[in-house]
Design a protein around this ligand. Structure first.
Ligand code: SAM
Length: 273
């Protein structure tokens, strides 16, 4: 496998920023490096050839971004998190709002969004919730919109759903077609999917609950600070923010505007404007 030095990684992130307006300059260097090396390997490109291709073929950027971003996800990922959502967080929101809004930031191929939709259906409040699901990567967003996944992935999803202690069977929500699990369309009828970049994008709405799980882990500390500021602005007072189980807000400048609601599941509540 080839290697790449920091100066070249900086050249690449600067080029993508200047030419295409995507800002990876504050992504954690180690994972950025791993992904760039992987792309060079997959496409059999040297550093110089990769830089040339990024410069000369604008259409390559989508493929590049799709490979650069880590899209790994699953339905009901960390089932205990989803149990806390159902048993504590959503009921707490419902105490004050019959209708409310959720933002899935960095939704990848949509498994997290479908998990939420199923949870809300099982609580009988699906129609009262408006969901926004965003990602930087337009290729993965198309997959999310389709609500269709390879049947091979369903074993893990089914296991997670059982551990979540869902009301029925995950099979109640999809049909099998040509090796694909096609989820019922009505699950996504209250979901707006759109491209949104957490680094370059504006705050676009106010929410009662924001999920941004396993995304900020790829950002350096400075960028985590900036993005947390955006989440703070995007939340109503007393709104909730959920991040990934391996992530933490504790070192961020805005941390004192939140309280920890559940430390294991990394759920926070905005308490100060
Ligand atoms: C590992 S997936 C997490 C998916 C899901 N939230 C979960 O926990 O299973 C990370 C997602 O973050 C997205 N992402 C990375 N940088 C982003 C940015 N600057 N703005 C929006 N999404 C971003 C990637 O495209 C990817 O789909």
């Amino acid at each position: 496998m080839q290697d790449i030095d920091i100066a070249d990684l900086k050249r690449i992130s600067e080029l993508i920023y200047q030419k295409y307006g995507y800002d990876f300059r504050n992504y954690a260097m180690s994972s950025f490096k791993r992904r760039v090396l992987r792309i060079m390997d997959l496409k059999r490109l040297t550093v110089d050839a990769l830089i040339r291709k990024l410069n000369d073929s604008p259409e390559f950027i989508h493929e590049f971004l799709d490979e650069l971003t880590v899209n790994v996800t699953e339905m009901f990922r960390d089932p205990s998190f989803w149990r806390i959502m159902r048993e504590e967080i959503i009921p707490a929101i419902l105490l004050n709002h019959k209708q409310f809004k959720i933002w899935h930031a960095g939704c990848s191929s949509g498994e997290e969004v479908l998990s939420m939709a199923i949870l809300l259906k099982e609580m009988g409040i699906h129609q009262d919730v408006q969901i926004y699901a965003t990602d930087l990567d337009t290729t993965i967003l198309e997959r999310a919109k389709s609500g269709t996944y390879s049947i091979k992935n369903m074993e893990l999803n089914e296991k997670n759903y059982i551990r979540f202690q869902g009301a029925g069977s995950l099979k109640d929500y999809y049909r099998e077609e040509n090796g694909q699990a096609v989820f019922n369309k009505d699950l996504l009828n209250n979901v707006t999917f759109r491209k949104h970049d957490l680094v370059m994008g504006e705050v676009f709405n106010k929410f009662d609950l924001v999920l941004c799980r396993n995304v900020m882990i790829y950002f350096n500390q400075a960028l985590q600070n900036e993005v947390l500021k955006k989440f703070h602005e995007s939340l109503f007072k007393y709104g909730y923010l959920a991040i990934g189980s391996k992530e933490s807000l504790i070192w961020c400048d805005y941390a004192n505007r939140f309280i920890v609601v559940n430390n294991e599941e990394k759920i926070y509540k905005k308490i100060k404007d």
